[in-house]
Design a protein around this ligand. Structure first.
Ligand code: NAD
Ligand code: UFG
Length: 338
């Protein structure tokens, strides 16, 4: 049993991970400033798990607050989700991404070092692979980025590798997520994007529920099965279980990079069809030109996760769409006014 500080634990992936950690008997302390989430998510975590959740309202830039929290709750491990994640916004406001993501992580690491808490699981992204030079993407694929959000993730990865090289008493697991979608099977927690969604599945879900008129498909001239972009969508509950396995594996001196994906790629049009089937709703769409910075195809080689963590994704595209729809349908306004 571990006592885990979960930064960003009220967010989309963090809330699902807290559910799986609590269900497996771990204790969690959520450290979040709700800059992109709602306190209602924390109430729902308790509702699902029937376990108490400690929450500290704080910013990861506040090193002292992190130190006080680690000490007060005697945490032995940190899962670090807190960060800003919009690619488009990062190109408009890069400094807030470098401050929040990079400087915030440095503050967190300094607090951890001071409190001698040296077990860390970090949320990285497949975005650190840049334009794929080969597929599927293995962890040793060269790293590069095309936007400030991606750069912030790659800088943090490099900081973690440097930190480990300087002090091998750290145990660091860098998880590179592919495209998280879906929601908890209860329909009580899920992704609650502010404003119009940038990502495909939440956009499609809002078209299905009637909040948005139609989907714009960015590009139908890629060299893919039907000309639209291909991605490795992974159910957020599978992703959460990947964190649970990482926590249970962590301990020895290590600094690992591990993909969390399914290894299977679906096109935009395949997602539209799967979501139509799950929701029984029409999803009107129109084609438009490619979105700047998008790659044609991106999917994981998931073998290392299986070898090291004994983890593999179990839930298929039907379940991803079904659970995403269930959440969207029963919470059309997300966490507000419910
Ligand atoms: P999210 O925005 O739902 O969750 C992030 C949480 O961190 C939010 O609750 C937010 O309030 C909190 N937060 C942000 N800055 C903070 C700060 N300075 N101090 C305290 N709390 C802060 O995002 P998510 O989808 O759950 O993503 C979690 C992590 O996974 C992020 O680091 C993200 O970059 C990474 N990631 C996400 C995806 C994805 O597609 N969702 C893909 C790859 C990697
Ligand atoms: N797409 C559309 N229309 C939309 C939104 C997306 O056609 O309205 C297409 C995109 O062009 C792409 C696919 O749907 O082909 C998936 O797009 P997303 O925006 O859902 O996801 P991305 O793969 O572009 O990016 C996501 C996260 C990034 C992360 C990356 C790799 O948003 O933060 O996965 O992990 F870096």
């Amino acid at each position: 049993m571990r006592k885990i500080l979960v930064t960003g634990g009220a967010g989309y992936i963090g809330s699902h991970t807290c559910v799986e950690l609590l269900n497996s008997g771990h204790e969690v302390v959520i450290f979040d400033n709700f800059c992109n989430s709602s306190p209602v998510a924390i109430e729902r975590i308790t509702e699902i798990t029937k376990k108490p959740v400690t929450h500290v309202y704080g910013n990861i830039l506040d090193q002292q607050a992190i130190e006080e929290t680690l000490t007060k709750y005697q945490c032995d491990t940190v899962i670090h989700f807190a960060g800003l994640k919009s690619v488009g916004e990062s190109t408009q406001n890069p400094l807030s991404y470098y401050e929040n993501n990079v400087a915030g992580t440095v503050k967190l690491l300094q607090a951890m070092a001071k409190c001698n808490v040296k077990n860390l699981v970090f949320s990285s992204s497949a975005t650190v692979y840049g334009e794929p030079q080969f597929l599927p993407l293995t962890e040793d694929h060269p790293l590069s980025t095309t936007n400030p959000y991606g750069s912030s993730k790659l800088i943090i990865e490099n900081i973690l590798r440097d930190l480990y090289a300087s002090d091998e008493s750290w145990s660091i697991t860098i998880l590179r997520y592919f495209n998280p979608v879906g929601a908890h099977s209860s329909g009580r927690i899920g992704e609650d994007p502010r404003g119009t969604p940038n990502n495909l599945m939440p956009y499609v879900a809002q078209v299905a529920v009637g909040k948005l008129e139609k989907l714009t498909v960015f590009g139908n001239d890629y060299e893919t099965k039907d000309g639209t972009g291909v991605r490795d969508y992974i159910h957020v509950t599978d992703l959460a279980l990947g964190h649970l396995r990482s926590i249970e594996q962590i301990g020895a001196s290590q600094c690992l990079e591990i993909n969390l994906g399914t290894g299977v790629g679906y096109s935009v049009l395949e997602i539209v069809e799967a979501f139509k089937a799950a929701s029984n709703k029409d999803i009107p769409y129109q084609f438009a030109s490619r979105r700047a910075g998008d790659v044609a195809s991106c999917f994981a080689a998931p073998k290392l996760a299986k070898d090291i963590l004994g983890w593999e994704a179990k839930l298929g595209i039907e379940q991803m769409c079904q659970d995403h729809w269930n959440w969207q349908y029963s919470n059309p306004k997300g966490y507000s006014l419910n």
